[in-house]
Design a binder for this molecule. Sequence first.
Ligand code: ADP
Ligand code: MG
Length: 688
Amino acid sequence: MDVEQDIQYLKGIGPKKAQLLKKLGICRIFDLLVHFPRGYEDQSCITAMSELVPGEKAVIAGTITAIQEKHASRRSMVILTAMVTDGTGFVQITWFNQKYLKQKLKTGKKLLAAGKVEYAFGGQGQYGMSQLTSFEIFDADEEATADLGILPVYPATESLNQKFFRKTIRQLLEGIGHIGEVIPENIVKSYKLMDRDAAFRNIHFPESFNMVQLARDRLTFEELYLIQCGLMLLKKHTQEQKQGVRHRSNGYLVNKLLKLLPFSLTGDQQRVWNEISNDMESSVPMRRLVQGDVGSGKTVIAMLALLKTVENGYQGALMAPTEILARQHYEGFTKLLEPLGVRVALLSGKLTKARRETLYGELINGDINIVIGTHALIQDKVSFAKLGLVVTDEQHRFGISQRAKLERKGSYMPDVLVMTATPIPRTMTLTVYGDLDVSQIKELPPGRKNIRTFVRTPDRRELIYKFMRDEILKGRQGYVVCPLIADNEESNLLSAEAVYDELTHGIFRNISCGLVHGKLKQSEKEAIMQEFYDGNIKLLVATTVIEVGVNVPNASMMVIENAQQFGLAQLHQLRGRIGRGEYSSFCVLVADGKSQIARERMNIMETTSDGFLLAEEDLKLRGPGQFFGSMQHGMPDLKIADVMQDIDILLKARQAALETMNNRIDLDYVLPVLQLQYKEHFNTITET
Ligand code: ADP
Ligand code: MG
């Protein structure tokens, strides 16, 4: 069977079912194979009928001793009741309106059933007799035991229920034949992995819980191993294709900038800058991730690295996730670098066609030294004379393939620097950023005004907003962040629209306010942000769209409504928007912390300003799912591996992938697998 075929080619799947399955992301037959159970139900134990306990679930096995058929007058209902015994006692099972069963359920027939045990009190049952309710019946013949055991519990929906998935996947496994191996034999052996065929069979219909564990380990290893191989090949491939850039030791421009800066680098910045310099001076292309909390001063590091490439005669590119950020960087860069004779350009989606064309020309002939922009930078039309360094800011917004596209735009293999404010645990940097070295900036620049954080209950809102108005009347600006865009009936959380309405008709009547959220067009959003940036809007009511690095030093206050709704790391990112200037800054978390956990979380926000610590706390309190939800963007979805739990397997898989890189035969074996399973993600390696 070709598992790459559309799901519709599977027996028993019509167009309707196929449509529903596609909604769950199950498009190919293979996708069904990797629709892994989220848990299991143990129905491997058959209970003797004399031991049945009312109210508990049980599996029984027995012989039908009698069948009774009744007709209820209303709506001509047919009721079938079977009496079943196993020699120790009796159980009765009742079917409503399933007349066709009458042929199958014969006296003397063996039967297996699982369900909840109850005593019958009148009704159809015989008084005092055990009966099974909401039961599941397994084919009532000799092979019935095959249907028992540990049963998978799948992520299911109303229209595609457990029964459907169990049946369809069981059929698939029966019809599929032997499931072929994808990991080289010597890796399977030396890492003592379960056979792939056995793993798929045991993850769905396990022989025992021990086998579930082995199957899960094997499939997790497989997933992480293949992704690691892909990342390593991507790195190797791009490095082989083109020569890396070897920069000289720091020269005129870098030293000049260091003198011009109104501050000296912090210890952490200095260390990270040394690491980057060393990488850049080597002929092996740099692949480095700089993690640093909001406000830790990553921009100046990017600026130094870009200058270094310029003074060596190369061009540099800086990619930011939004127009506003790109513009902000552009302004900062121009101010400091134009006096040094460096030509900086902004490639914005807003440029006129003519201006854009000119800019493309200036990039190709090398007139521009540093170009700053958004996704506009990765368009096909953009190419460089001599691209030496690519910096991406807030990396998690870009996929690996987008990054790779920019890296391939020159005739050399450029150095690559990635900057992110989101603290990423080590497991994550290995899985998602498997091909990057990591530097951390933990220390904040000195003299930074502390952001004072307060947690307050909703009954204090009026006072809070009065205080905010006073701050604005003193010349400051402020943010209000809400969890929802618009009111909706299912939730009593505050929406940005409603709060904007409330404030602009009330206490902020005479103050210019703006509203920004994700439903606005990108251009509308950016226009409002620009107004706020320019100081024309004093109070900005927003959803989390303001999360990413906008720098408005005059903004000194932030109110976050329904703060308990947000992740700690996210709250920390949000409050990083204030405290960027010379003014004392205040962040008020409005929360009605009813649960213990909610209160604890808010208290941590009051006392901690360490983003790494907060991210860890978040992981502990909320689990990885929510934390990583938005970060997996651009990476293959992990079907089975858990980036928090599976660090041990990840390290082994990584080791194995390294071994594979050095083994031609194994590599030839793995390549077609990657081409098939991960073509969107590693397309640059599969092209050749
Ligand atoms: P982020 O890491 O969030 O991108 P930025 O690079 O925007 O942070 O830096 C935040 C602010 O700190 C900027 O105004 C920057 O000029 C300032 N800054 C950076 N490094 C230092 C330093 N070593 N000493 C003092 N101020 C610094
Ligand atoms: Mg930044």
